[in-house]
Write a new protein. Structure first.
Lengths: 167, 420
């Protein structure tokens, strides 16, 4: 997996729940691209259409709280996000994100400092986020071994496929 | 050790267990609801052939019961095909109700088990002394293939509820008061054990309401030590032998919160966050809150005891013109009981719209969607922006009694006005 990622960011607030990430009225949709087109429409309907591909979502505390819907990380990935940087994550969202290869990075206070449109560089091994425009560097929490094992395999699906094809 | 640790230890085949440790635990029952066709996709994408045990997993069609559109009908069709192909012993179609309620009624929930469902409100099953937790579609697919899931052994928070509830204070008010203090992220990655004399004396329905909303504080799971009411419920229904686990004396919780339930009042979670909790009295003191819709239902507030409180208040009364009250019993069993007791007749005579057991409008899928600018009071569990329809609608979370009382006048009203 790529350990250093650079991209532009958007900045949103605290307690961004799964209804804001992906509202209930779209839950019957199964096409990933179409799911991505509705991403974060509960926050602002224009986000998905203008999101910088390969970019970051920067948020406050308790990102992804609420439902267990996997549509939330599917939407974020298919909108073009590679990582979410937040103060904290809801548990089921965290698991879903790791399983699908979306990076959930705990970076406390970051949404108070960075501005939408800035370019960030995330270094996973170093556990840092650098704001390219200002040179400021923020420390993040490193992902646990279990999460890294899944992410390095490219998500839970390749990991399981490898496990089952061996039998 | 805590009972939750003992459950995790037993199911992972270990002789010791430590907080923070990652364990692979056997899953006693797995449930997939009808939002999660992705589970079937992920199952095949990962090389799945047949489910690991056709007696330990089932679909419950609750979120789209019955289907509101072609897309959800297609999803149901594909899930039925998967269930048939795997010869699943249990199947709960659109005539059954909300998964957490339905599984408990079917005897598939019992003390000491691990149950995983593709729904965040699986914490509800802590009411039975089970370890219940929600997961996403692909985690569920790994369970269907292997019968196991990895867990981090959680820190455990005690929420001690002491005393008897005063008139007009229901389990929903109690859990809202807890949420207001612990906050929406106060238990992220952790478990909550509800203890105390209030819990010891509480019936099955009230226990389910409280454990249900543990996830609104971020909890991985909830727990209540089974009491006689739970054991009586389970004894009649359980499909397998079970073992009640107990927390050792002197177990040290990572945090403790203590509430004197006798001092609580009716509570509201105001728009648009579950942690924006205020006493009903303080909200009313700031002026009238006019309502377009009342909603009684869901895995939080749609059981017989909930509908009984609403029927008691609304019997012989009528909701105002140009307002509506949607009542959706949590299950077929609940609805039949409410019909037998006359509650459904009383509520329909009061102007209520009754709909099929299931999740209904709780998550904004169908059967009671809100338009921009509308205001709703609801016995459900979430009032996030857009949860029940428009992001410009406002939702207040309350007890079923408060919802019913409020719909007498079409404005937020204290239920104690109607209680003798």
């Amino acid at each position: 997996m790529q350990k250093v990622l650079t991209g532009k960011c958007i900045v949103i607030g605290d307690n961004i729940d799964t209804d804001q990430i992906y509202p209930g009225r779209f839950l019957a949709i199964t096409d990933p691209k179409e799911i991505g087109s509705h991403c974060l429409c509960g926050v602002d309907e224009n986000i998905a259409g203008t999101f910088p591909g390969g970019g970051f979502v920067v948020a406050g505390r308790n990102f992804g709280c609420g439902s267990s819907r996997e549509h939330a990380p599917i939407a974020l990935l298919n909108m073009g996000a590679v990582a979410v940087l937040a103060d904290s994550f809801a548990r089921i969202f965290f698991r879903n994100a790791v399983n699908l290869g979306l990076l959930p990075i705990i970076c406390k206070g970051i949404n108070q400092h960075v501005k939408a449109g800035q370019t960030l560089t995330l270094d996973i091994d170093a556990g840092t986020v650098k704001v390219e425009e200002t040179g400021e560097v923020y420390q993040c929490e490193k992902l646990g071994d279990q999460a890294m094992k899944i992410l390095e395999a490219g998500g839970i699906k390749p990991l399981m496929r490898a496990r089952y094809s061996g039998q | 050790m805590h009972a939750i640790e003992k459950i995790l230890m037993k199911n992972s085949g270990k002789s010791t267990i430590q907080t923070g440790e990652i364990v692979n635990a056997k899953i006693d029952f797995a449930e997939i609801n009808d939002l999660y066709l992705q589970t079937v996709y992920s199952f095949y994408e990962m090389g799945g052939k047949k489910v690991w045990d056709n007696t330990r997993c089932a679909f419950v069609f609750d979120h789209y019961a019955p289907c509101p559109d072609i897309k959800s009908a297609e999803n149901h069709k594909a899930m039925r095909e998967f269930a048939l192909k795997n010869n699943l012993k249990y199947h709960f179609d659109t005539n059954t109700g909300v998964c957490h309620q339905v599984l408990a009624e079917a005897g598939l929930i019992y003390p000491g088990m691990i149950v995983v469902e593709t729904d965040s409100h699986t914490t509800t099953q802590g009411a039975f002394g089970a370890m219940g937790t929600g997961c996403g579609a692909t985690d569920m697919a790994t369970i269907l293939m292997t019968g196991e899931l990895w867990f981090r052994v959680p820190e455990i928070i005690e929420v001690r509820l002491e005393g008897e509830a005063p008139k007009g204070v229901y389990p929903k008010d109690v859990i809202l008061a807890v949420l207001g203090r612990v906050r929406a992220d106060g238990a992220v990655y952790k478990a909550i054990d509800f203890t105390g004399s209030y819990v010891d004396a509480l019936g099955v329905a009230g226990r389910m309401t409280i454990c249900n909303m543990a996830v609104e504080m971020g909890a991985k799971t909830a727990y209540m030590q089974p009491n006689d009411a739970v054991l009586e419920f389970v004894e009649k229904r359980a499909v397998r032998p079970y073992e009640v686990q107990f927390t050792d004396k002197g177990y040290r919780y990572s945090e403790s919160y203590v509430f004197d339930v006798s001092q609580l009042e009716p509570e509201l979670a105001c728009p648009s966050s579950v942690e924006n909790v205020h006493t009903l009295r303080s909200v009313i003191a700031q002026g009238d809150v006019k309502l377009n819709q009342g909603y009684i239902g869901s895995c939080t507030g749609g059981r017989v005891e909930d509908i009984a409180e609403a029927a008691k208040i609304l019997k012989g009364r009528h909701i105002p013109e140009y307002t509506r009250l949607v009542v959706i019993p949590a299950s077929r069993e609940v609805m039949l009981e409410c019909i037998t007791r006359g509650y459904i007749t009383d509520l329909m005579n009061a102007g209520a719209t009754i709909s099929t057991p299931g999740c209904g409008a709780c998550l904004g899928a169908h059967e009671g969607i809100l338009a921009p600018g509308e205001v709703c009071i609801t016995s459900t569990n979430r009032n996030f922006p857009g949860r029940m329809g428009s992001t410009e609608a406002l939702m207040y979370l309350a007890s079923p009694a408060t919802v019913a009382a409020s719909m007498v006048y079409g404005k937020i009203t204290d239920p104690r006005e109607f209680l003798d």
